[in-house]
Every structure is written in C-alpha cells, then in structure tokens.
Write a protein that binds this ligand. Structure first.
Ligand code: RP5
Ligand code: MG
Ligand code: MG
Length: 281
C-alpha cells in the first residue's frame, strides 16, 4: 500500500487547489511533521449534497457508522479498521496526502469501486495467437477506456452504488463505459445484457484494497476490487462492438505490456493479470 499521486503539487491536475507539500518520508502518520497544515477542501458540487454524497460532517452532526456496514453503505476498509481523528474524520490508511476534506469524492473514508479487466489473446489474420518477439510470450489485450475527467487510459471501473453487489457494479460499469449500454435502444438491451452476464460468470479476483487515485485526500480515498474476465478462445468478448459511453470518451482493445501508462494504480493491476496468464509484459 503506497501512494505517489497524492504528492503532486496541485489536487487533480487542472484544479487551482494546491496540496500541502509532503515528502515521501512524511507520508505515514507516525512520521513527525509539526508544520503539516493542509487546506480543508471539498468541491462545491459535493457540498451541494447529491444523493450519493455524505453530509458535510464539518458542519452537521451526521451519524455515520465508520468502520462498519452503515445501512446501504459498506464503510469498512479492505485494510482493516482506519483511525478517526479529533474532528471525527476518517484518516487515510496510507498516510498524508496534503489535503483535508473530501476533495471531489463523495464519501468520508473509503469510496468503494470495482474494476473489470476483460481480456483476450492478441491474434493475427489467421487467428493465431501473437507472441512478443523478445519475450516469446503471448500478448494479452484488455478493454481500456479514456476517462472523461483526466483523459488517461484506464480500466472501465466505477463506484459501487448504494446497496449494489460487486458483480452488478462490474457488469454495469463495463456496460456503461465500454459498450454504451445507457444509449442502446431498449429492444437490444436484453440480448446485450445476457451476453455480458455470460462473460462475467467466471471472474478471477486480482486485487482488493487501496488505489493510488489522484482524488484521494487525508479523509477520503478510493478502494477497489479488481476482477479479470478472460475469453480464452476469443469467441465471446471478441465479438463485442466497443462503444465508449458515460464517463468514457474512448475505448479500444489495448495490447498489454510494461510501457502502458494508465490512470491511478491501474498498470499494477494489469501487470498482475499478465502474470496470471503467463503473458507478455
Ligand atoms: C479508481 O477510480 C478505481 O480503480 C476505479 O477505476 C475508478 C472509479 O471511479 P470513477 O471511474 O467512478 O470515477 O480509483
Ligand atoms: Mg462509470
Ligand atoms: Mg468510471
């Protein structure tokens, strides 16, 4: 568990909000840093209180059950109990990020997401699996999207909605971002849904825990569960017509190798998928 995106000068790149400087050896809370005095910042659209966001515990006395299942929200961390500071705010389990408050995240504490890594083998015109010339290992491809917010290539993941099961989130986000299910004519939706259900039947868990997400703060952070859905003969996922939708502005089958530059910790997750299949990296 580490973060380095939170050591950037500004919060979420284009925003005017700076992060308080934190050196690598000052990240863990145990490290003494008496001068540490980061801004308390939450984006105005979060403060307006959309349904998926928590109340502002800085001004109202909200009864949030941290480290517990809280009605429809699971507020437990994959890394065990997190601390609550003197102000009643959860503390980031990795350490300092240079910013207090929620930034652009809705929940205090862990914000849970799911990341579906859908893979197939790269094949040539004759349907033969393509191997890398140097490593001699077969090349895997995964469905990557371009994020509307940062413009980075990424896994088509998303937040677990209130009361939603993980398997539903995985399918819903893949559908919305990589297949544009939100804009598909109603009469075609059922067929596509069955198709997605079939591919998402057998998944392998790749990771669960903290994500080095640029939106993280001292009091709010992303955690995810990553699952791989692999189509070994290329007959099921291979036939999807990819179409970017919702939070995604682009989508494509992307060759997996060590030069991939992806959003947050996504390249680490993809590396684990390559290792799982003994594929080229
Ligand atoms: C990342 O943010 C997760 O790994 C997941 O891919 C994503 C979820 O947030 P949204 O895509 O809903 O913004 O930390
Ligand atoms: Mg989404
Ligand atoms: Mg998303």
């Amino acid at each position: 568990r580490k973060h380095k995106n939170c050591l950037s000068k500004t919060y979420c790149r284009d925003d005017k909000q700076n992060r308080f400087p934190v050196q690598e050896n000052q990240i863990v809370w145990e490290a003494s840093y008496p001068e540490y005095d980061p801004d308390d910042f939450t984006m105005p659209h979060i403060l307006k209180g959309p349904v998926w966001a928590d109340p502002n515990i800085r001004v109202v006395d909200a009864d949030i059950q941290f480290n517990d299942i809280d009605g429809k929200h699971d507020r437990r961390s994959h890394h065990g109990p997190y601390k609550i500071d003197d102000e009643g705010s959860p503390l980031n389990p990795v350490g300092r990020t240079g910013l207090r408050g929620r930034g652009t995240l809705g929940k205090w504490g862990p914000n849970h997401a799911a990341d579906p890594v859908v893979t197939r083998w790269k094949r040539d015109k004759n349907n033969k699996i393509v191997c890398d010339k140097e490593t001699n290992k077969p090349i895997l491809q995964f469905v990557a999207i371009v994020r509307r917010d940062h413009g980075d290539w990424a896994i088509p993941g998303g937040m677990v909605d209130a009361g939603e099961s993980l398997s539903v989130t995985l399918k819903r986000e893949f559908g919305e971002e990589a297949l544009n299910t939100l804009e598909i004519p109603i009469d075609q939706r059922d067929v596509l849904k069955q198709h997605i259900d079939k591919i998402f039947q057998n998944g392998t868990e790749i990771y669960r825990g903290y994500v080095d997400d640029p939106r993280n703060t001292d009091n709010s952070w992303m955690e995810t569960q990553v699952y791989n859905f692999h189509d070994d003969d290329g007959q099921s996922v291979g036939i999807f017509r990819l179409n970017a939708g919702d939070d995604a502005t682009g989508v494509k089958w992307t060759d997996i190798n060590r030069n991939l530059k992806l959003f947050a910790s996504h390249a680490d997750f993809i590396k684990s998928v390559a290792e799982l299949h003994n594929a080229h990296w």
